[in-house]
Design a protein around this ligand. Structure first.
Ligand code: NGQ
Ligand code: ZN
Length: 457
């Protein structure tokens, strides 16, 4: 890549909105210099509208994009997270590696168009449909890396350890066959996954015990000791049944058990962490771990409402993820996060922190910082040394009619959403223009063919 210089009408900088901001990007896609109120702008590429640091998407299972809209029909008994999971297991049964790649590419296109510039993929679909390992343990991990390379999204790949079917090392079920590894298998997968990312600039490999349901305490400790680098993500306390089963198993709630049994730190991201009592909220916030919130999926699955006010009150770190990818929108995740609090507490601007603060800006900033930490990538700010991941909003959208930068993030989060996303740049390279990913058409075509074949089978 050649060096490139952008000139942003408005840019969201670490200390607030700047005007006429020159952003110089080096040949590796890293920001070299940022200069507000620039005078000499010769040769710079103009970014009209409002330029944000792109938001990291800290939790996704891209294959689940293929089920969007296919699990919303009422079943024979009470529909819940657990009945949805059975539908998901049936979907998983038929996916080939080619299918996974086609669906992942589609989801990544939509992420970029929806304002996400990087992604932590929580990847647990490892084996053939009958559960037999592929000759290459990273067969499917390579497909995810290929989709990231093709679409241009920044990837943190989290190969998942999944061994058991429930608390107390219960046997796994048939629907989980494609996910399973023992620790030895996991270490081989992890190594092969790291190799699969070798040619993907800026990518990161992390560690992901699926949940306290799927790994044993011994495995969890050996995993953390044996792999001292990279972020660690775990699903936790998403459903009340999970809390009840954990209490029955060990007498402690999931988050409390985890806080007692591992050293929580900035390396950790706790996905969902929906059901926490006051002590758990305080412990996670104090640890520096990120709460990885997936508000649209949590609403879709009927999980419950995150302890947002208390957690932010303790200066807890948050980020957002698109998880099941039923709808893919960065602004929409932040909106749902705030709206769930409003519905529950019957108030407004509940996560803004202090009088006069913008809710959209507060949440966007928090999700940049939490996202950067969760992905362990050098992203999330328009500042020297950071990767040039930029989302340019079209301020000609009616939601921005006030024209005042102080309103821009509220207009984006609450007014316009993804409709305002005009240009998206990853590592200095434009991947979305006029709201459309540059490689969209063939990816959509292949996605449609894939879905039709899956539905016919
Ligand atoms: C997953 N998804 O791994 O895809 C989970 C469901 C489970 C969400 N939790 C399966 N949203 O947790 O057992
Ligand atoms: Zn998940």
């Amino acid at each position: 890549m050649a060096e490139v210089t952008f000139l942003a009408d408005h840019a969201f900088l670490p200390d607030g909105w700047g005007q006429n901001v020159l952003i110089r990007v080096d040949t590796h896609g890293i920001i070299e210099a940022v200069e507000p109120n620039a005078g000499n702008t010769g040769g710079a590429e103009r970014l009209r509208g409002a330029t944000l640091p792109g938001l990291p998407n800290l939790h996704s299972h891209t294959f689940q994009r293929g089920m969007a809209g296919l699990a919303e029909r009422r079943g024979p008994a009470h529909d819940s997270f657990w009945s949805w999971r059975e539908v998901m297991y049936r979907f998983v049964r038929v996916l080939t590696p080619d299918d996974v790649e086609a669906i992942a590419a589609m989801a990544m296109v939509e992420m970029l168009e929806g304002g996400f510039t990087s992604l932590a993929e929580f990847h647990y679909l490892h084996h053939a449909p009958d559960g037999a390992p592929y000759a290459n343990p990273a067969e499917i991990a390579e497909r995810i890396a290929a989709a990231a390379a093709r679409t241009g999204i920044g990837l943190t790949l989290l190969p998942v350890l999944y061994t058991y079917g429930g608390f107390g090392s219960q046997p796994s079920g048939d629907g989980q066959r494609r996910f399973l590894n023992d620790l030895g298998g996991y270490f081989r997968l992890h190594e092969a996954s790291a190799k699969a990312l070798r040619d993907l600039p800026g990518s990161v490999v992390g560690v992901a015990p699926h949940s306290l349901r799927a790994v044993s305490p011994e495995q969890l400790n050996r995993l953390v000791d044996a792999l001292p680098d990279g972020p660690i993500h775990i699903h936790i306390a998403e459903q009340m049944k999970e809390v009840e089963d954990c209490l029955a198993w060990c007498g402690r709630r999931p988050v409390a058990w985890l806080a007692d049994n591992v050293t929580l730190s900035g390396r950790w991201t706790l996905i969902h962490a929906t059901h926490m009592d006051e002590g758990e909220v305080a412990a996670v916030a104090a640890s520096g771990a990120v709460a990885g919130l997936c508000p649209i999926t949590e609403a879709n699955l009927g999980d419950g409402v995150f302890e947002g006010i208390a957690f932010l009150g303790h200066q807890g770190r948050i980020g957002v993820g698109s998880d099941s990818n039923v709808e893919i929108t960065a602004a929409g995740e932040l909106r749902m996060l705030e709206y769930s609090q409003r519905l529950r507490h019957r108030g407004r601007n509940l996560l803004a922190g202090h009088e006069g603060a913008s809710t959209g800006e507060t949440l966007y900033r928090a999700a940049l910082e939490g996202g950067r930490q969760a992905l362990a990538q050098t992203v999330g700010a328009i500042a020297p040394g950071q990767r040039a991941d930029l989302v340019v909003l079209d301020t000609a959208h009616p939601a921005f009619a006030s024209g005042r930068p102080v309103d821009f993030l509220d207009a984006y989060v609450f007014g316009a959403g993804s409709e305002a996303v005009a240009t998206v740049i990853v590592a200095g390279k434009p991947v979305v223009s006029d709201g459309r990913h540059r490689g969209r058409d063939p990816i959509v075509r292949r996605y449609r063919e894939t879905l039709l074949r899956i539905i016919a089978s």
